[in-house]
Design a protein around this ligand. Structure first.
Ligand code: AMP
Ligand code: MG
Length: 433
């Protein structure tokens, strides 16, 4: 068995004491294998699920050439002469769902509504607001230059052509995709089974909601943050509660988590000093690399695999992320390191997150050699320019800084101090958080 330790040591830029974020992401990506199981669901249940196979369009959408406007369909030959005004006789009418079956001469036209099939021989539609009708409504006149030959005709297959891939496997299904599949007549799809993620918090100081808060203790907030972040990714969650800082309790919790989930997330107990037993424990029945990421917040992180059995390789496996305990660090490491792995394991093709440039309203202290994810409030001026202001305290324990913010200010590994007015990269929370 290739161990994670061997593997990550061979990775580019490997430095367990200051592993660059990009290097950590690359290692994690290699270990995130998609779940194999597929299930068939009704279209309405496919929202936010991951498509397991390519969907090939069985039909043309639209199925016929049709009118894009309310107006009059005619043959382009009518525009060919050198008259400034075109005059056509109305010979019939076509509504959406009610085609006109007759023929149409070059001097004739058919009244058409949006979506109506183009009558045979007709290839151009003049919108109704550009025509004048005679008193009896038997003919129309319009300026020849007002409409180009072929205008306002939607082509069969213009939206989706038969035999072409309409949606790719790995797609996380959105509202438009459900509509698109319905337009193809598809009412059920094959999706990957939902990923199962178990999580628990570690720490003797943690109290669950409903328990009294004795001196020195704090309420466990990470389980709620993790629950919500996981829900957003539409994975199944398994909350295993708070586990005391005790090797036996921790081992039992990790084994039972591995037995029932694809991924195990913990928070707390991975920083050096305090958690030496965590390290020893994981090294005896897991295959876990302890990293110090060149990142702030979120420096300590454990990543690897754990098994439900007594030794590595025995029993059921799960991917393991030991996140730091500080509440902001939990969120930052989740979004920067864990999220992509969960998407990949769900079978999804992750899309890069949008990053935009904004002008900083303040100087920002930053040291080169680590990536920082500060919390900021971004606003857009009427001219469309983005500005960003860091939220107050950037301490990794201050969760209110996340609540107040609407974006991460991403300060790259190489970047140093930021002056007021300098451009920075921001990652909006919308669509992420
Ligand atoms: P640790 O990584 O275990 O040393 O924890 C770092 C800090 O985060 C300590 O102040 C902990 O009390 C705090 N912390 C750890 N886990 C949680 C949690 N689940 N909820 C809130 N705070 C936590
Ligand atoms: Mg702790």
């Amino acid at each position: 068995m290739t161990t994670l330790n061997d593997f990550s040591r061979c990775a580019a830029q490997y430095d367990p004491h200051a592993l660059p974020v990009k290097a950590a992401q690359a290692i994690v990506r290699q270990w995130a294998a998609p779940v194999a199981a597929v299930e068939r669901v009704a279209l309405r249940d496919a929202l936010d699920r991951v498509l397991a196979v390519d969907i090939v369009s069985p039909i043309n959408v639209p199925s016929h050439d049709n009118s894009a406007m309310d107006g009059y369909a005619f043959r382009r030959a009518a525009l060919a002469g050198d008259t400034a005004t075109v005059e056509l006789t109305i010979v019939g009418k076509a509504l959406a769902g009610h085609p006109y079956e007759g023929g149409v001469e070059a001097t004739q036209c058919v009244r058409v509504m949006t979506g109506a099939c183009m009558p045979a021989d007709c290839d151009t539609v003049v919108p109704q607001e550009l025509v004048e009708r005679n008193a009896e409504c038997t003919s129309i006149r319009f300026a020849a230059h007002a409409v180009a030959p072929g205008a306002n005709r939607r082509r069969a297959g213009e939206d989706l052509a038969r035999g072409h891939v309409a949606l790719r496997a790995g797609r996380v299904m959105r509202a438009s995709d459900l509509g698109l599949l319905a337009s193809l007549g598809i009412g059920e799809v094959n999706v990957r089974r939902r990923l199962r993620v178990a999580f628990f918090s570690t720490g003797d100081e943690l109290r669950s909601l409903g328990e009294p808060l004795d001196p020195g203790s704090v309420y466990d907030s990470n389980r709620y943050t993790l629950f919500a972040m996981l829900r957003r990714l539409n994975v199944d969650t398994l909350d295993l509660g708070v586990v005391r800082d005790e090797p036996a309790a921790l081992e039992a919790a990790l084994r039972s988590a591995a037995a029932s989930a694809d991924v195990v997330l913990t928070s707390g107990g991975v920083s050096v000093g305090e958690a030496d037993f965590t390290k020893q424990l994981l090294q005896t029945f897991g295959d876990v690399a302890f990293w110090s990421l060149a990142m702030r917040p979120g420096r300590p992180l454990a990543f690897g695999r754990v098994w439900s059995g007594e030794r590595p390789g025995l029993g059921l496996p799960a991917l393991f992320f030991g996140l730091p305990g500080n509440p902001v660090a939990v969120m930052v490491t989740f979004y920067q390191i864990v999220r992509e792995a969960l998407l990949l394991m769900s079978g999804a093709t992750p899309q890069p997150l949008p990053v935009i440039r904004a002008t900083s309203r303040q100087a920002i202290r930053k040291r080169a050699g680590r990536t920082e994810f500060q919390r900021g409030v971004a606003d857009q001026s009427e001219q469309g320019e983005w500005h960003v202001t860091p939220t107050g305290s950037q301490s990794s324990g201050v969760l209110s800084s996340m609540s107040e913010a609407n974006c991460f200010i991403v300060l790259d590994h190489e970047e140093g101090e930021i002056a007021e007015g300098q451009q920075v990269a921001i990652m909006p929370f919308d669509g992420l958080i």
